[in-house]
Write a protein that binds this ligand. Structure first.
Ligand code: NAP
Length: 540
């Protein structure tokens, strides 16, 4: 007899969704959360400017109509406090807090085949047992800080965006360095520029930044969204990235040059990912189309940024739009026209160290700062899982099992780790995460119900199925421009963290295709998994 049916790791979108579902299915569950509140990545990433890149009305749970009708989103892209409030509202509305251990980290989780259980040890010294382990650690939970020597010697303040202090950080009148120009830095830089005396941006690779065109939602818009949620979720279910956006219905070759320009201009004004998805359907799959869209963005950068040298440095070259995940900007390029913002290109002259006074580059030049902000990304997808000591019954850790690259069946199961069901594990669909969890979590709950209904003990991914799924992930990414990320150090394939194996960390076949694969698997009796009666034999 275990303490709980399920132990869920993490109280972000995935963990909260899992807690609600398991309880609805009559299973007992406990959530272990390292933060002192719900939110997951939205709890930790509270840097100035943090907000979603997905439109609010679909960056939320779809499973409960009352929740959808009761919650009023304020902006097209909610900021961190608004998302945090939403998740706190969900936790309170479904009375989840009493089943969450906050400020508690799962240190290890060990599977025992003989007793068909997992023993979970936490930072508070507790040991809890469960039958089903549900890691919901999130794709972006472990920050990556490059090993710059000297960080600890810096006399000013330094911060990681992904661990931004709860107490407000005062940038006013300070000389601030920002390292990185990914989606996080792109949000932070315009905010920092309004407060700081001077912001110096250290850029290694420029990005294709699309204007977000944020705005407050009006009452009529909110009413209309609520009245049409049925259609909206249908659209989400049919969209490659799980967004409420219709396919463009055309490819570049369907139109002449002038019409292509008009379409892209319109998309640029509408903003957000609509620029990419509503313009042409082959932006990510056809090099010629991608070239036209990429050049259009470079033209925009040159037209916005007044200083031609800065403009050229900000222009991404030699790689396609989508090669790295395109950030959404809120007056990002315009910010470089401010007299208190400067750009330092470190592509050929890398950061060598952090000194007592600031940042030193390889050529020996040094700049002094009062504050350094590292917006240097994440050990994405696998980091949250491999930093926990998750062990098979045979004593093999998940980190060891994935030493040559993560392998999963459908992003959910791993050979050697029976009854571990990951939410958002490697191979889950890229795109808008909450709708993906609204599909994956009920699938997992169905699988558990299936086990219990048939008197089976455990479900374990088959090695051959994981290998086939790995090949499938590779084929899918290779059919798109996302696969060109090796030299670009793209986190989508683990290439941003030195030494991390380069494998596709997401399913790039589109959200509808992934949902169908899940459904087909279940319909075929959970093909690719072995369902076992006790005693369970270990595979690793
Ligand atoms: P990121 O895209 O991985 O960007 C990290 C940045 O740090 C890059 O510009 C990288 O340069 C730079 N960097 C790393 N090591 C460096 C070094 N040694 N020297 C100089 N620069 C270095 O990370 P992120 O910006 O945190 O974004 C990660 C993901 O989080 C996003 O793509 C998105 O999925 C998510 N996110 C979402 C939102 C949202 O939805 N609103 C907001 C923020 C983030 P290189 O490119 O040259 O490696």
């Amino acid at each position: 007899m275990t303490d709980y049916d399920c132990i869920i790791i993490g109280a972000g979108f995935g963990g909260l969704r899992a807690m609600i579902e398991m309880r609805r299915r009559g299973l007992t569950a406990r959530v272990i959360e390292s933060g002192s509140d719900v939110g997951g990545t939205w709890y930790w990433n509270r840097y100035p400017g943090a907000r979603t890149d997905s439109e609010s009305w679909v960056y939320c749970f779809s499973f409960d109509d009352d929740l959808l009708q009761d919650w009023d989103w304020k902006a097209r892209y909610p900021d961190q406090p608004e998302v945090q409030r939403y998740l706190a509202h969900v936790a309170d509305r479904f009375d989840l807090r009493r089943e969450i251990d906050f400020d508690t980290r799962v240190e290890c989780a060990v599977r025992d085949d003989a007793t068909n259980s997992w023993t979970v040890s936490t930072s508070s010294g507790n040991q809890l047992t469960c039958t089903y382990l549900i890691p919901a650690t999130g794709p972006l939970s472990v920050p990556y800080l490059p090993p710059f020597p000297g960080i600890e010697s810096f006399r000013g303040e330094w911060h990681l965006t992904a661990r931004w202090p709860k107490e407000s950080v005062d940038l006013t009148g300070k000389r601030v360095a920002v390292v990185g120009t990914g989606a996080t830095a792109v949000q932070l830089i315009p905010e920092a520029a309004q407060l700081a005396d001077h912001v110096t941006v250290f850029q290694r690779t420029p990005n294709y930044v699309i204007p977000a065109r944020n705005g407050m939602l009006g009452d009529n818009q909110r009413r209309s969204i609520k009245a049409h949620y049925g259609d909206i979720w249908k659209q989400v279910g049919e969209h490659v990235f799980g967004m409420a956006i219709n396919a463009a219905g055309r490819v570049l070759a369907d139109v002449d040059g002038a019409e292509a320009r008009r379409i892209l201009e319109r998309g640029w004004e509408v903003g957000g990912f609509r620029f990419l998805f509503e313009s042409f359907d082959d932006v990510f799959t056809n090099q010629e189309t991608n070239d036209v869209v990429s050049e259009f963005v470079r033209d925009k950068i040159r037209s916005i940024v007044v200083d031609p040298t800065t403009a050229e440095l900000l222009c991404p070259k030699g790689y396609p739009v989508g090669g790295k995940r395109p950030p959404l900007g809120h007056h990002y390029y315009e910010t470089f026209n401010r007299p208190n913002v400067s750009l330092v290109d470190v592509s050929g002259n890398p950061i060598e160290s952090v000194t007592e006074a600031g940042i030193r580059l390889a050529d020996g030049s040094e700049r002094e700062f009062d504050m350094i902000v590292f917006a240097t990304g994440f050990d994405a997808v696998t980091g949250g899982l491999t930093t926990i000591d998750i062990r098979s019954s045979a004593g093999v850790s998940l980190a060891e099992a994935w030493a040559d690259g993560s392998e999963t069946q459908l992003g959910i199961g791993v050979t050697g780790f029976p009854n571990m069901f990951m939410i958002g594990g490697p191979g889950s669909p890229i795109g808008n995460f909450p709708p993906a969890q609204d599909v994956a979590v009920p699938w997992i709950a169905d699988a558990i119900e299936h086990l219990r209904a048939t008197g089976a003990d455990a479900m374990e991914a088959d090695q051959s199925a994981m290998q086939a799924f790995g090949r499938h992930l590779r084929d899918m990414i290779d059919a798109t421009v996302f696969g060109q990320g090796d030299e670009l150090r793209s986190f989508l394939i683990g290439a941003n963290v030195p030494g991390k194996p380069h494998v596709p960390l997401f399913h790039f076949g589109g959200f509808p295709a992934y949902c169908k694969e899940l459904q087909d698997c279940a319909d075929a009796g959970y093909v690719g998994f072995t369902i076992k009666a006790a005693p369970v034999r270990a595979h690793v």
